[in-house]
Ligand binder design. Sequence first.
Ligand code: NAD
Length: 535
Amino acid sequence: MSGPQFPLPSNEPEVSFRQGTQAAVALNEALGQRDVVEIPTVIGGKRYYSNDVVEVRAPHDTQRLLARIHRPTEAQISEAIASSKAVAKDWASLSHASRATILHRASDIIATRKRMTINAATMLGQSKTIDQAEPDSACELIDFLRFNAYNAQRVYAEQPMSVPSAVNRADWRPLEGFVYAVSPFNFTAIGGNLTTAPAIMGNTVLWKPSEKSALANYIFFEALEEAGLPPGVINFVPGDAELTTRVALSSPDLAGIHFTGSSAVFQGLWKEVASKVDTFRTIPRLVGETGGKDFVLAHPSANASEVAIALIRGAFEYQGQKCSAASRAYIPRSLWNAVRQELRDRLAQLKVGDVANPGTFMGAVISQASHQKLSRVISAAKEDAAVTVVHGGKTWSDPGYFVEPTVFEVTDPKHRLMKEEFFGPVLSVFVYEDNAWNETLELIDSTSPYALTGSIFCTDRFALHHAEKVLVNAAGNLYLNDKPTGAMIGQQPFGGGRASGTNDKAGSYLNLLRWASPRVVKETYLPPREWQFGA
Ligand code: NAD
């Protein structure tokens, strides 16, 4: 590949927001900002405001109105597709260096002048403490941009071999059509990746963010504009999910879907695309990273405190609303008393409340619907003879959607609490007999349809090696002696199999390969002038 070489980035370091620092002062100022943001639909650089408005409120303080989303009409969604088509050729013909420069400029804008605004929007809109927001809406978002720029260069450098009589090359073309990017609420950074991964490879993108993270996503979109992203390359379409999807999937130009969210929604998209596959010019590429029922397994050789801390951080950071959150644990009988005691002692100190207060560990869950679902699950568990409450179990909805960190012990390892994703601060524990290590491995592998993350605490090398082998398909990201959350771009490319998605490893070059359709060109130096072999 000709052109400048971008160096391997390093992960963006976290800024410290300890009380009294300049960063803490600036963040407080951003959190105190009371203007209600009008979030438009943006098509070809033009802003559209409508009467179809959805309000965005802070989940931990539902009186506080943060933003109003102006949803697009059906005609505007079609216009967005047309607008991306109009700019597609020009965008594809730009050099990698030009596209990468835009991503780098955007990453620097987020790292500097928009850092506090996007962190504050993520804290307020998605109810994250700064300890959860900074690694997401600043660091991971910045890393996605810089690593996608770098990894695209690696893809372009991949070329077929040439021989003395002919030269061969791969033209790394973008897909022929647009990519529909549908992002979830729980990480601001993911919206940044679902859009810019296809865009760095020369694709245009129709972006439907989650309504619940639209405020932070819109701030990121403005950073892209400020960085010089040409109008129409990514259109910001915060529309009704079903309507937007219907319009996107009605277009013969749909070339791919880049999705992160629940397994059920992704499976629905897949079925819909499959049912009309002959209507598209290109068979659409479907990339989806979806749900999880992530396990923590402790071996009798593990240290009880290390296990308890991993469970607390893995299950309850961001209220358990990480796809990678620990939600089922398998603890040996010999360790359980110590782990349970430590869980109770530590969880009793953990603060749930306003994310702006220093010392708060957990904010609110994202919505009333999520709160109602979790309340139902917890009430049913409390009534269930096969379940014991180890800690928590309270929920309240004033001033926001709060759920106490809750730990259940179940006697049935196939209980629904061990199988289903609830996406909240609920951890279920099954206590196994110390001599049932092999059976427990089989149990983990066969209990839930998901296979996203998992972690094993064990200091016995042979047992660890055996567990890794038995659980080979149980997780796309496996952690040894660590909690199952907190993947870093470039270090632990992320994604899972089975019902957890297509495992295309967000933030790595593997994901970028899905957004390219190489044309291979052979050019012969001297074409033969005789038809006989060997002539
Ligand atoms: P969700 O599936 O409810 O929504 C995700 C996106 O899909 C949103 O933009 C939403 O508006 C849209 N959507 C909803 N219904 C739709 C429909 N019928 N057609 C088209 N689009 C539709 O998920 P969420 O609540 O935003 O996020 C939580 C889920 O995401 C959890 O299951 C979590 O495990 C998963 N997740 C997975 C990963 C991963 O990398 N594997 C990362 C983050 C979140």
